[in-house]
Design a protein around this ligand. Structure first.
Ligand code: GUN
Length: 292
């Protein structure tokens, strides 16, 4: 069994980006600038945003954090998005999800200029992705694809089961892995809350991807011997033995599943850091696309 070390791989990617940025800087060229909008003070969102800003620093990017209270109106937020769309110094920006219930997530996503949508959430980018056209691919699916590439994992002809059909992970990943591409060319099953015989379906998977946000949902009896298991879950659960009182739990019961796998991604240190590295790659690309 081999560990898919997302932390190390992400570090390598960020070092590669930092070298490119350093070269641009020495040539007097523009350096990438990412902005992030954070609403409210949800602990998970703040951790994600801090990781993204720290990664910007590691890559030599400029970054701007715009924080607003939970009470911000939809109209004010739409105005902030418009000003980021117009701001020529900003190459890409993200609006950290989830949003407060009074704000319509789709309305916000639609307001983002697709050329600055480094999260790849805009329907224009999702549609282009489905057609295998150049676009921004959302960070978690593209982080998983990059993890497969950098570990030389061959996917063609394999049976892939993805658990979870979210717009930002399961759904786009099911499209990417079924495309005529490398990685890709898998036979994909997208399982969800209404799926029957989930255990039997998972047992057919050469590649099993868990993206449901239910800690330790995938157990050893659901995994075929030699399978490749990718764990996208990152749920905070109480843990009195930790200084902060919590730890991150994946969707996979790692200790019992790992011995059955050929490869497995851990939590933390697997998909999470790759997601952030992909966001950095998208931001660099956003700047390059503008011909800067
Ligand atoms: N919330 C959870 N994951 C993400 C992400 O990748 N991007 C944004 N903007 N919000 C998130």
């Amino acid at each position: 069994m081999e560990i898919l070390n997302g932390k190390e791989t992400a570090k390598t990617i960020k070092e590669e980006i930092a070298l490119m940025v350093k070269k641009r800087k020495s040539e007097g060229k523009k350096i990438p600038h990412l902005a992030a909008i954070l609403i409210g003070s949800d602990g998970g969102s703040m951790t994600y945003i801090n990781n993204k800003l720290k990664s910007c620093e590691e890559c030599g990017f400029e970054s701007t954090l715009m924080r607003y209270d939970d009470s911000i109106s939809e109209e004010t937020l739409l105005n902030k998005i418009n000003s980021l769309n117009e701001d020529k110094s900003i190459d890409g920006f993200i609006v950290q999800l989830p949003l407060p219930p009074h704000i319509d997530e789709m309305k916000i996503t639609l307001a983002i200029d697709p050329m600055k949508d480094v999260d790849g959430f805009h329907p224009m980018n999702l549609g282009k992705m489905a057609l295998n056209l150049p676009c921004f691919i959302s960070a978690t699916p593209s982080g998983i694809i990059e993890l497969l590439i950098r570990n030389n994992i061959k996917t063609a002809g394999k049976k892939c089961v993805i658990i979870g059909r979210s717009n930002i992970v399961g759904m786009p990943l099911s499209i990417l892995l079924s495309q005529n591409a490398n990685p890709g060319n898998c036979t994909v099953t997208l399982a969800h809350s209404q799926t029957q015989n989930l255990k039997e379906i998972c047992l057919t998977a050469d590649i099993l991807i868990a993206a449901i946000g239910q800690p330790e949902f995938v157990t050893a009896e659901m995994v075929k011997d030699g399978a490749i298991v990718i764990d996208v879950g990152t749920t905070r659960i109480d843990d009195a033995s930790k200084v902060n009182g919590w730890r991150l739990a994946g969707d996979v019961k790692f200790d019992e599943v790992a011995p059955k796998c050929s490869y497995i991604s851990p939590v933390p240190g697997g998909v999470g850091p790759m997601t952030v590295a992909s966001l950095m790659m998208n931001t660099l690309k956003a700047m390059e696309l503008k011909g800067k």
